[in-house]
Design a protein around this ligand. Structure first.
Ligand SMILES: Nc1ncnc2c1ncn2[C@@H]1O[C@H](COP(=O)(O)OP(=O)(O)O)[C@@H](O)[C@H]1O
Ligand SMILES: [Mg+2]
Length: 463
């Protein structure tokens, strides 16, 4: 099947064409001021009560009333727990940190598990720093490095000064700057016609964008055009920065290299950052609290999502308990598909609900997710096939939906992609998936139940 593709039909890689398992989920899909869930919305089908509950959680996070608490999404596999957590993050927007991990991620040979948990806790706590700074801001209309003989002799010349002219709506200003700023300017790739600001105290340079006077119709570059700044070149400007506590930890753990050659060598020889220690974190917490008290910074508690939480062991759960008590704590969303089971690493304790110790269970708000009705499964399958850009014949849709019902939703959804390949190989018009393709796939790929039956009848693989 050698199809020719007319060039005009080649589309760029839009989001639709990427297929991650949850790419059809765009939000919780709640309506109105009271946040009711319709039967479907935001790519979500059914599960209305859980969606409404998650909507409340979103409201609480936005009102900053949710830090130090934890929510557990509990329900069978394929009932949309992970999808709900992702929808919560989409509802919160990009300014609220969302840190998703899987329980098993904390076990690594190099890092202690409590350390790994701590790091993720701090990734989920944001800080919005507002600072009024004295800056020079404008469009660069002149950028001339002034050279001089190297004062130490030898070859080459050094830059003695940088002449830069900035233009704003109210006038222009010519600045004579220290050569160290020249490096910063080169790092930000500033050219003539860019809008930049230079912090008066630190000399830090930030490129805001390209002046819109230079905007042309046929610019292929991904460039952000900004208007020429209002007001004077020399002024006070409020600068807002969003960082997470983990960003601060990392930034402060890195060896503070200066401009001189020795410290540069030091950085080359010791590329590993120094460790983030408990002491460093305490210090950072202190500074952060001071900023918050002074009104310089706002705490933005975000969300830490721990999927498959039954993979955590007693030690990790104890740590979770303690971390939730701390004043700097995010909302923690846990998800588990286990019922009554042993806590990992504690086979001697009696089984506990969801594999979570009872003292943590007592703190949790538990949101149950329920199995889907056949109609809901059908609707999810067709939403999903639309997202993957696949066409299903009605009989094929019925077949996949019934597999989703009898076996599992995930198994049904997973057959979509291979079935579409069979449909393409068959060279059918428009690649429509027929019921035969699905049946063939069902024969090719076992589900867990049939695979287990297989094993039982062949007495296992290793003789
Ligand atoms: N209510 C729903 N609406 C739309 N898609 C859903 C819904 N519930 C689950 N899905 C999709 O079904 C698949 C399995 O769900 P998932 O969230 O991974 O289940 P769980 O985490 O509970 O095991 C995912 O592709 C998910 O996006
Ligand atoms: Mg999941």
């Amino acid at each position: 099947m050698a199809a020719t593709v007319p060039v005009s039909e080649v589309k760029s890689n839009t989001r639709e064409s990427r297929t991650a398992a949850h790419s059809h989920i765009k939000g919780l899909g709640l309506k109105g001021p009271d946040g009711r869930a319709d039967t479907s919305g935001g790519g979500f089908v059914g599960q209305a009560a859980a969606r409404e509950a998650c909507g409340l959680v979103v409201d609480l996070v936005k009102a900053k009333k949710m830090s130090g608490r934890a929510v557990l999404l509990a329900g069978g596999p394929g009932t949309g727990k992970t999808a709900l957590a992702l929808a919560v993050s989409q509802e919160l927007g990009t300014k609220v940190p969302f840190c998703p991990i899987v329980g098993s991620e904390i076990y690594s040979a190099e890092v202690k598990k409590t350390e790994a948990l701590m790091e993720n806790f701090r990734r989920a706590i944001g800080l919005r720093v507002k600072e009024t700074k004295e800056v020079y801001e404008g469009e660069v209309t002149e950028l001339t490095p002034e050279e001089a003989e190297n004062p130490l002799g030898g070859y080459g010349r050094t830059i003695s000064h940088l002449l830069i002219t900035l233009k704003s709506a109210r006038g222009t200003k010519k600045l004579r700057l220290d050569p160290s700023i020249y490096e910063a300017i080169q790092k930000e790739r500033v050219r003539l016609g860019d809008v930049i600001y230079i912090e008066a105290n630190t000399g830090a340079v930030k490129r805001v964008g390209r002046s819109d006077a230079y905007a042309t119709e046929f610019d292929l570059e991904a460039e952000e055009y900004v208007p020429i700044p209002k007001g004077d070149v020399h002024k006070k400007k409020e600068i807002v920065q969003d960082v997470t506590l983990h960003d601060l930890d990392v930034a402060n753990a890195r060896p503070q290299g200066g401009q001189d050659i020795m410290s540069m060598m030091g950085q080359l020889m010791k590329p590993k950052k120094t460790e983030i220690t408990e002491k460093l974190r305490l210090e950072i917490n202190k500074v952060v609290s001071k900023y918050i008290d002074q009104g310089v910074a706002d705490l933005v508690p975000g969300v830490l999502f721990i999927d498959e939480v039954h993979m955590l062991d007693l030690e990790a759960f104890t740590f979770l308990n303690r971390a939730l008590e701390s004043p700097l704590s995010p909302l923690v969303i846990l998800a588990s598909n286990r019922g009554l089971t042993h806590i990992r690493g504690a086979p001697n304790l009696p089984p506990s609900a969801h594999g979570i110790p009872s003292d943590l269970l007592a703190r949790l708000l538990i949101i149950p997710t329920h199995p889907y009705t056949p109609a809901e499964i059908k609707s999810i399958v067709s939403t999903r096939s639309r997202t993957e850009g696949l066409q299903l014949a009605p009989a094929a849709l019925d077949k996949i939906s019934s597999l989703g019902e009898k076996v599992s939703l995930r198994y049904g959804l997973q057959l979509l992609a291979p079935a579409s390949i069979l449909a393409k190989v068959a060279g059918r018009q428009g690649g429509v998936i027929e019921v035969g393709d699905v049946e063939e796939c069902e024969g090719l790929f076992l589900d867990a139940g049939r695979s287990a039956k297989n094993l039982a009848s062949t007495e296992g693989f290793i003789a």
